[in-house]
Design a protein around this ligand. Structure first.
Ligand code: PLP
Length: 827
């Protein structure tokens, strides 16, 4: 029946690509979609009508892309990620379809400003930070490169919380991104998938006399797919992002009407739907909560089921699965997909174990995103066994087989077996998800050169010795469509004027700008772009937060999640030190270039030290900004709710990018790449992708400071005593003493005592050890900034030499080193 239908399908065509064509469609959407006339329409009506109109221009491409990929039977990437930090959709859809000018003109003819409607969109914040944003950049690149990809994830009803400040302290508000309408999503409740949980397993003998196991689950939920368009940049392709939403199964409906326990039944329904209710706001420090494991299994079970039952043809022989799919695991969050595929092949399809394992091992690859031991996910066996008893058995079997192999290679090496076991025994019997991913994955990659090296040497040394070829690196990237073209239209125009079009999909071409760094006229234009972006930021902050920026100052920006390893505290100590030196008369405020210090950072709601640090920044800001002695020289701003939308205005305005994590702790960073591509110079440690940024832009265009990873290692091994730095460095002592004195807390010494005490007695991330080197590097920044022409030259070279950090390049590297399969090639 579908065959006949396919043959008689009328072509789907986009509306006319003209101002008149657009206006006609827009009014039709307003009238028939929103049910209002132009005279009565609210801004939200207009925004929703506009979004629906723009997506009509993408629809034909979407349907055609899906059809072609089905026909070609091409190998697909299934990107499995618990987070997608997408950012606003409207503008991206407009540049993908090249509709911006038409829409601007069309709306203007109706008396509507496009910029007003843009602001109406609440970004889908379905991620915490770098990891979720990376997933969004990757699916953008694959669509732009015409590579078949389905992004799979969770449609959280509440994404990352909205941050507000009350008296300088972070207060979290619910993210209600769906309340005013969700024009970019396509729900398909009819295609819901059932996912089971709990219960027990039982042995039985099948019809062929083979001993088998079946899972007898206790409860289930439905996963409803919501499809989102992932438009390629002006290439006629639109890939799919499929996010799953949990619903109660029919059984609940029956229970509601058939039992007397109506209220209990409704409550049970709510229980099921809780699974996709809220994004866990922890970044890099996962909490071992049962609901989180439910979320993980929920979305991967839905995704595998979807791919096998709906994407593959009905008669597909699953032995050929590795020819059609690679499941890329974005960190360990989706690793439970491994035992799930095994369960399907062994229990449902009734394959031999070894046969199933051979196929499974070729279908997965694992990306590790951390070096922090506390960020490596483990699940207590008791919890996993209660929720997914069959999966736990499968994990045990995988582990037994694996350890038997290791024992053969290293006879008698009991310690090694214990180290490499997927099951940890202490402090509690639990499953090490990174080990499971490593054992099952065809490839394991880190996200920057240094990180991949440390992953091999420090995090998974036994595994890299065992499988040296399994480990590889793919340095992260960011999409230039969002982080250059959308975020920085003025720079984009300047670049196109300089080197012609085409660079947005071939970012290495930015190199062609290099000679222009020596062209005084070009430098002048480049500075005008930066000045324009600062004005744009200034207007936004005024409108959004009532923050006034001083007219002409260096903009020094530190935006990223608040985490001790990222060392926002080091930045605060720099500011406090400058402030203290000025008011004590040691430093003449007119002798340094005026600076605005801008912060943006959310703290996990349960992370006390991080929340304290936010309060400290705000309190230091209040004192510094109100003190006439430093007026004009130092200004601290901390707009709340740092997200992708704010990043798009903040980053293009920045002069200086702060990337000051302790060496060996930041896996890659991607914020660092966004800044370099937008012409900010980096002050940074030898960490993550900073290393590669510095190599590419050149030492003379980067402010390097601080201990390198082997020095950190040696210092910690020898015994680190932060108080000795405090005692021996008077500048440091005065800065810390000022905080300890209560000067930033209205005289109350207790408010920031935990931060002071932590610095002096623990300082896990060696803030005090790097303090002086950081101050010295900041002096070099000041000196360099005074030479405007030389600074601009460096800024231009940062842009010209950062093309490597396009996520398109990262995707080619994944294709080459991990997915390597010719059907993936663009066609
Ligand atoms: C890029 C980005 C990040 C990651 O920043 P890092 O500095 O690499 O930690 C986090 N949040 C948002 C909103 C981003 O756009």
């Amino acid at each position: 029946m579908t065959e006949n239908r396919a043959n008689s399908t009328a072509p789907v065509t986009a509306p006319q690509h003209s101002v008149e064509g657009f206006v006609k469609e827009f009014l039709r959407e307003l009238h028939f979609g929103q049910g209002v006339t132009l005279e009565r329409a609210s801004v939200n009506d207009e925004y929703l009508a506009l979004a629906r109109t723009v997506r009509e221009y993408l629809m034909a491409r979407w349907l055609e892309t899906v059809r072609r990929q089905r026909d070609a039977q091409a190998k697909s990437v299934a990107y499995l990620s618990a987070e997608y930090l997408l950012g606003r959709q409207l503008d991206n859809a407009l540049i993908a379809t090249d509709m911006t000018e038409i829409v601007e003109e069309g709306l203007a003819s109706l008396g509507i400003e496009l910029s007003t409607l843009r602001e109406q969109e609440v970004e889908p914040g379905l991620g915490n930070g770098g990891l979720g944003r990376l997933a969004a950049c990757f699916v953008d690149s694959l669509a732009t490169m015409s590579v078949p990809c389905i992004g799979y994830g969770i449609r959280y009803e509440y994404g990352i919380f909205r941050q507000t400040f009350v008296d300088g302290f972070q207060v979290e508000q619910a993210d209600t991104w769906l309340t005013l309408g969700a024009p970019w999503e396509f729900p398909h409740p009819e295609a819901a998938v059932t996912v089971h949980f709990g219960g027990s397993t039982e042995r039985y003998t099948d019809d062929d006399g083979v001993e088998r196991t079946r899972w007898v689950p206790a409860w289930d939920v439905l996963g409803v797919p919501y499809n989102y368009m992932v438009p390629g940049y002006q290439n006629g392709r639109v890939n799919t992002l499929r996010l799953w939403s949990a619903r109660a199964t029919k059984a609940f409906d029956l229970a509601i009407f058939n039992s007397g326990e109506y209220v209990d039944a409704v409550r049970a329904q709510t229980f099921a739907e809780n699974i996709s209710k809220v994004l866990y706001p922890e970044d890099s420090t996962p909490q071992g909560k049962e609901l989180r494991l439910q979320q993980q299994y929920f979305f991967v079970a839905c995704s595998i089921r979807d791919f096998v039952d709906n994407v593959l043809p009905a008669d597909f022989d699953l032995h050929n699965l590795p020819d059609r799919i690679i499941f890329q695991l974005n960190d360990t969050h989706p690793v439970i997909a491994v035992p799930e595929l095994m369960r399907i092949l062994v229990d449902e399809k009734k394959w031999d174990w070894d046969e199933a394992w051979a196929v499974t091992q070729k279908c997965f690859a694992y990306t590790c995103h951390t070096l922090l031991p506390e960020a490596l996910e483990v699940w207590p066996v008791a919890l996993l066994g209660k929720l997914l008893p069959r999966h736990l058995e499968i994990i045990y079997r995988i582990n037994d087989d694996f350890l038997a192999e290791v024992a053969q290679r290293y006879p008698g090496d009991e310690l090694r077996l214990r180290r490499m076991s997927i099951i940890a025994e202490y402090p509690e019997r639990s499953v090490r998800m990174a080990f499971l991913a490593t054992v099952a994955g065809a490839k394991v990659n880190g996200v920057a050169a240094l990180h991949s090296q440390l992953l091999r040497d420090k995090v998974l040394p036994d595994f890299s010795e065992y499988w040296p070829d399994k480990f590889t690196n793919v340095t992260n990237g960011v999409t230039p469509r969002r982080f250059v073209r959308l975020a920085n239209p003025a720079l984009s125009e300047l670049i196109t004027d300089a080197i012609g079009p085409g660079w947005l999909t071939d970012l290495a071409r930015l190199r062609e700008m290099e000679p222009l760094a020596d062209d005084a006229e070009f430098r002048e234009k480049f500075r005008a772009v930066k000045a324009h972006n600062k004005q744009r930021l200034s207007a936004l902050l005024q409108r959004r937060d009532g923050i006034t920026l001083p007219g002409d100052a260096m903009l020094d920006v530190m935006v990223k999640r608040l985490h001790e390893y990222k060392r926002q505290t080091l930045k605060v100590l720099h500011i406090v030190s400058l402030y203290e030196r000025i008011i004590s008369g040691e430093l003449d405020p007119t002798s340094i270039p005026p600076r605005v210090f801008a912060f943006g950072a959310k703290a996990a709601p349960g992370y006390k030290m991080a929340k304290q640090t936010i309060a400290l920044i705000n309190h230091v800001g209040r004192v510094v900004n109100d003190d006439p002695r430093v007026k004009g020289a130092l200004t601290v701003v901390f707009p709340p709710n740092y997200n992708v939308t704010l990043a798009e205005t903040l980053i293009p305005a920045a002069d200086l990018s702060e990337q000051i994590s302790l060496a060996g702790k930041e896996a890659s960073g991607t914020g660092n790449m966004k800044f370099a591509l937008n012409g900010a110079l980096t002050i940074g440690t030898d960490d993550g992708a900073n290393v590669e940024i510095r190599e590419l832009v050149g030492d003379e265009n980067f402010f390097l400071f601080g201990l390198v990873e082997p020095e950190v290692d040696a210092l910690v091994t020898a015994g680190y005593h932060p108080s000795s730095y405090y005692e021996e460095n008077p500048t440091l002592r005065r800065a810390i003493d000022r905080i300890a004195s209560g000067a930033f807390a209205g005289g109350d010494r207790t408010v920031f005592e935990p931060i002071v005490s932590n610095l002096l007695h623990e300082d896990r991330f060696l803030v005090l050890a790097d303090f002086q080197a950081y101050l010295d590097a900041q002096d070099r920044v000041d000196a360099a900034y005074r030479d405007t022409e030389a600074w601009t030259r460096s800024a231009i070279l940062n842009v010209a030499r950062s093309g490597y950090f396009s996520s398109d390049r990262a995707m080619w590297d994944y294709i080459d080193r991990i997915w390597h399969s010719q059907p993936l090639a663009a066609r």
